[in-house]
Design a binder for this molecule. Structure first.
Ligand SMILES: Cc1ncc(COP(=O)(O)O)c(C=O)c1O
Length: 403
């Protein structure tokens, strides 16, 4: 990859920041900024409503964005709903898939609050059972195996809702194996793909999932836009989270009839510029090649791990030397310093931005030991360089010595 050329597309890098927090939100390249501004400058109109030229143009670009983003994850255009983000996408499924008392949902100890709280709420409100799968062996690697899911799945299980990649640990879930366990047990599979869609080639059909949620802002797109893939056969059986304008086939003062398919889910004026910006982000990633992005990140992650292992007092979380592949997310703590102290020192000394805290995974942090104080997390993306990783390691080594 031509990293230096890529970096010129990200104006924020001119500030001198060493940005190692892409798992929280990614930086935004010029073509995405242009796509958003072009909408506001050249064809700013609402979608799916007006018949005049600008409105037709906006609607056409908005629907073209849907096709582009759907194609990017191997879905049909009609199987993609635009949402605010991953969180909203998961909430749509939790409240809309018709769960009831006697049903069972399985999730895991790795989950982000956004793939845990909706299920806890559904359990409290609807009375279904919720099982949280933990690793069979307790360790700071917290590795989950497909067999851990096989052990708890049964005929009552309606859904397995799991993350594809842990945002706190960077570990990968064996999703293909879990998908086949789901199929054998007639259970549906929801993947929280917030941390995978930005970093690897995703094909919902090959993965064998029924629902897949992701966020634009983690994949070079704007904030406030995300997506939910709903396999065609589940579309009619899923209720929208909200109802209102833009989704109506017919309405009276006492009743209404919604449009069918994806159109019934996006009530109110959608994030038009966001969707168009997200499709520009997909195009940008495709032009570089997601396979190249994946292998570049794996290379940086390998060096991060090696370097961290050489610093006295560092404890890594979620790292397993037997893993064939690692995403560019590394979680650790430094003895004698809180995660926030480490993050503040890295920022103060070298403008290095890392995340510190519980990473919206308090139950996982409790399970692993650090509790809500959490860990330090460094995460890389296509614009990070080997030099930045070396600088981070050198500054951290100095901090570890009290310098
Ligand atoms: C694995 C995972 N799931 C869900 C989310 C929530 O994403 P959003 O805040 O965009 O809804 C995140 C964000 O960090 C995440 O990493």
């Amino acid at each position: 990859m031509k990293i230096e050329a890529i970096r010129t597309d990200f104006p924020i890098l001119n500030t001198g920041v060493i940005y190692l927090d892409s798992a929280a939100t990614s930086l935004t390249p010029e073509p995405v900024l242009d796509a958003v501004l072009d909408y506001y400058r050249d064809y700013n109109a609402n979608v799916g409503r007006g018949v005049y030229r600008l409105a037709r143009m906006a609607s056409q670009r908005y629907e073209a964005a849907r096709s582009k983003v759907a194609e990017g994850i191997g879905a049909k255009t009609q199987e993609l709903i635009f949402t605010k983000n991953t969180t909203e996408a998961i909430n749509i499924v939790a409240s809309g898939m018709g769960l009831k008392k006697g049903d069972k949902v399985i999730t895991s100890v790795w989950e982000h609050h956004s793939n845990l709280l909706p299920w806890i709420r559904a359990k409290n409100e609807l009375g279904m059972d919720l099982v949280v799968v933990k690793p069979s062996t307790e360790s700071s690697e917290a590795k989950l195996e497909a067999s851990d899911f096989d052990a708890v799945i049964d005929k009552k299980t309606k859904l397995v809702a799991i993350t594809h990649v842990s945002n706190a640990l960077g570990s990968l879930m064996p999703v293909e194996e879990i998908a086949s366990i789901c199929e054998d047990n007639n259970a549906l599979l929801l993947l929280d793909a917030a941390q995978s869609v930005p970093h690897m080639r995703i094909n919902v059909k090959a993965l064998g999932c029924d629902f897949l949620a992701f966020s634009g802002h983690k994949m070079l797109g704007p904030t406030g836009i995300g997506g939910l893939y709903i396999k065609a056969e589940h579309m009619a059986g899923t209720e929208p989270l909200t109802v209102g304008g833009g989704t109506v086939e017919d309405a009276s003062f006492v009743d209404y009839q919604l449009k069918s398919g994806y159109e019934e889910f996006e009530s109110g004026t959608p994030n038009i510029a966001g969707a168009i910006g997200l499709s520009a982000a997909v195009a940008y990633l495709e032009e570089i090649g997601l396979d190249k992005v994946k292998s570049w990140e794996a290379k940086l992650a390998k060096r991060l791990i090696e370097g961290l292992q050489d610093i006295p007092g560092i404890k890594l979380y979620g790292y397993d030397s037997s893993d064939a592949f690692r995403i560019g997310v590394v979680s650790f703590n430094l003895e004698g310093r809180t995660p926030n102290e480490v993050a503040l020192l890295l920022d103060k000394e070298a403008s290095i931005a890392v995340r510190s805290g519980h990473h919206c995974c308090i139950p996982l942090m409790d399970y692993l030991g650090p509790g809500a104080e959490g860990t330090v997390r460094a995460s890389v993306y296509l614009y990070n360089t080997e030099e930045e990783v070396e600088r981070f390691l050198a500054v951290l080594a100095r901090i570890s010595k009290g310098g």
